[in-house]
Design a protein around this ligand. Structure first.
Ligand code: SF4
Length: 325
C-alpha cells in the first residue's frame, strides 16, 4: 500500500445522480479509488454503466439534471468537489485536471484553424506566456508538426484530430488527464498510436492518466490499475495484473471470459446472461445479483466491499467472516 502522502487523487464515496422526474438515476454510486501521481487508472465497463458520468463528475462537468450528490474528490488532499464553481474553474479545470470528452474530436470548430482554437483556449484561461511557442510545444508533445496549427479540422485525419484534442487538454499542463473513450471511431492502427501517446505522456511527462473505455485489452496497455464498473459502481479495483490474471468479482471474471481468444478451441462466444438493473431503482445489495452464478441470500440484502491485495472487491464471496448465509 502507498503512503497517503503519495496520493494525488483520492475519490471517496462519490455519487452522481441524474435527478429526473421519475426519480434519481444513480449513475455513479459510492465510488472509491485512490491514485498516486505516477499511476494511471483504467475504468472499464459496458455501455451505460456510468463510466462517462464518473469522468464528468471528476471534472465537475455534469450538466443538469446530473449532479454530484455525495462523497469527496480529494486532489492533493483538497476536496475539489466542494469548491465553489468559479474557484474550481480558476484553479482546477484544465490547469490541474483536464478531460478529453467522448467524441470531442468531432466538436472541433470547422471554421477556425487548429492554431486559433488553441489560442482561444489560452486567452480564455489568461495564459501569460508566449502563445505561439506554447501552441507549437503542445502540438509537438502529441507528435504533430508545427504546420498543423494553420490547418482546419476537415484537413486532418481522425487520428490527427484526436491528437489536437489531446493537445488542447494538455495546453495548461494539467497533472491529471481524463480520457473518455479516446480511440472510438479510429482504426486499429491509429488506436494503438493514441494509446502509445497517452502512455508516453504518462511515463515521460508524469501526467496521471484516467482512461475510460469499454475495452479491457486496450486499457491494460497503459493502466497500472483497473477499476471495473458495473451498474454505477466500481465492483473491483486492483492492479492491472491482478485484474487480468486473478479476477475476483464474478462480473470481472465473466467479462474476461467473454473476450474471444484467437487461438482458443472454443466454438461459442461467451456472454453474460441477463441485463444490468435499472439505475432508477437499483437493488439494495449487490447490483450483479440477478446475473451472478454464485448469488447467496446475503447478496440481495446488503452491499459488500472488502479489501483485496491491490484494491478492493464488492462481493460477499470475499467476506472473511461470512461462514453461512
Ligand atoms: Fe455474486 Fe453475491 Fe458476489 Fe454479488 S456479492 S457478485 S451476487 S456472489
Amino acid at each position: 500500500m502507498r503512503a497517503a502522502s503519495d496520493e494525488k487523487l483520492n475519490v471517496r464515496g462519490l455519487s452522481a445522480y441524474y435527478l429526473t422526474e421519475k426519480g434519481p438515476v444513480k449513475a455513479v454510486d459510492s465510488v472509491n479509488f485512490a491514485l498516486s501521481q505516477s499511476e494511471s487508472l483504467g475504468i472499464v465497463g459496458e455501455s451505460a454503466c456510468g463510466k462517462s458520468t464518473l469522468g464528468s463528475a471528476l471534472m465537475r462537468s455534469l450538466q443538469p439534471p446530473g449532479k454530484i450528490v455525495g462523497g469527496s474528490i480529494l486532489l492533493d488532499g483538497e476536496d475539489i468537489s466542494k469548491l465553489p464553481g468559479r474557484e474550481f474553474d480558476k484553479k482546477i479545470r484544465w490547469k490541474k485536471v483536464a478531460m478529453v470528452f467522448q467524441g470531442a474530436m468531432n466538436a472541433l470548430d470547422p471554421v477556425y484553424t487548429v492554431g486559433s482554437q488553441l489560442r482561444e483556449l489560452l486567452k480564455e484561461h489568461e495564459f501569460e506566456g508566449d502563445f505561439g511557442s506554447k501552441i507549437l510545444d503542445s502540438l509537438k508533445q502529441v507528435g504533430l508538426a508545427p504546420g498543423v496549427a494553420s490547418r482546419y479540422p476537415h484537413e486532418l485525419s481522425g487520428g490527427m484530430k484526436q491528437r489536437v484534442v489531446i493537445a488542447m487538454a494538455l495546453l495548461l499542463e494539467p497533472e491529471i488527464l481524463i480520457a473518455d473513450e479516446p480511440t472510438t471511431a479510429l482504426d486499429v492502427l491509429v488506436q494503438s498510436q493514441i494509446i502509445a501517446l497517452l502512455k508516453r505522456l504518462h511515463k515521460e511527462k508524469g501526467v496521471t492518466v484516467v482512461l475510460i473505455s469499454h475495452d479491457l485489452a486496450l486499457v491494460s496497455q497503459i493502466a497500472d490499475k483497473i477499476g471495473i464498473m458495473y451498474a454505477g459502481q466500481l465492483v473491483e479495483v486492483g492492479s492491472t495484473q491482478d485484474i487480468y490474471t486473478k479476477p475476483k468479482h464474478p462480473y470481472t471474471q465473466a467479462l474476461i471470459a467473454a473476450v474471444p481468444r484467437l487461438h482458443s478451441n472454443e466454438k461459442k462466444i461467451r456472454f453474460i446472461p441477463g441485463s444490468p438493473p435499472s439505475l432508477l431503482d437499483p437493488p439494495a445489495g449487490c447490483r450483479f445479483y440477478s446475473r451472478c452464478p454464485h448469488a447467496m441470500t446475503v447478496c440481495q440484502r446488503d452491499p459488500p466491499e472488502f479489501p483485496s491485495d491491490t484494491g478492493y472487491v464488492r462481493c460477499w464471496l470475499y467476506d472473511p467472516t461470512l461462514k453461512s448465509t
